[in-house]
Design a protein around this ligand. Structure first.
Ligand SMILES: [Zn+2]
Length: 215
């Protein structure tokens, strides 16, 4: 039975690099691979791009529009003897699209590997990722080194900054890295709390008698 797998990590954890490595290795042995990316990720248009190793760019086969159904592609992929589907930035998929991919793995016996972020800057799950956590056959954290940009410990949070200030929950959900005024930084949990509390001067979660040093 083919699996639907979810590989997650923070920004700069090497997700795109891992996807590009997988497509390279598979295509190198003559396998037919389909690369799929949601059109909501406007970075690099219809390519998959990584800044690692001087920059690599590979064209995508399907640029999936929001709410576009994937079922139209199923027969075509089966006829073309596709051996694997690779999905980049899977957090932007809808629940229905994730369910279609799961259904595809089971009915056509072709595996689907999804790469993406797990949670948003406000620590809640992305829709696509929450659907995957519910339905994927395997979920793994990419074992690469995403380091906190403040202290160098393992990063687990995608903090978002607007004009240099960390953003608190409640902001616009989808902002692509590199947009004007916005910047994403991987942080560890401790540095995220420190950054938010220094900005607001208030504890993220109130503990009686704990004091915050505001700068
Ligand atoms: Zn840190």
């Amino acid at each position: 039975m083919a699996l639907l797998r979810f590989f997650y990590g923070t920004m700069s954890s090497g997700k795109t690099m891992a996807l590009l490595m997988a497509q390279y290795n598979l295509r190198n042995i003559g396998e037919k691979v389909i690369i799929l990316k949601p059109s909501r990720d406007t970075k690099a248009n219809d390519c998959i791009q990584t800044r690692v190793a001087g920059g690599i760019e590979v064209p995508v086969d399907v640029l999936l529009k929001p709410n576009e159904s994937l079922v139209e592609y199923f027969e075509q992929w089966a006829e073309e003897n596709v051996s694997r589907i690779l999905v980049d930035e899977v957090q932007f998929l809808t629940k229905a699209q994730v369910q279609e991919l799961w259904y595809f793995t089971k009915t056509y016996n072709i595996p689907v590997d999804c790469y993406g972020l797990k949670s948003q800057f406000d620590l809640s799950l992305f829709k696509g990722s929450s659907s995957l956590i519910g339905i994927a056959d395997e979920i793994s954290e990419l074992q690469t080194i995403a380091v906190c940009t403040k202290c160098g410990e393992k990063a687990t949070i995608n903090a978002r900054y607007k004009n240099g200030k960390i953003e608190l929950p409640g902001g616009e959900v989808i902002v692509i890295d590199g947009s004007d005024a916005y910047e994403y930084k991987p942080l560890c949990g401790k540095c995220y709390i420190d950054e938010v509390e220094r900005l607001t001067g208030k504890p993220l979660i109130k503990i009686p008698k704990r004091k915050i040093n505001r700068i």
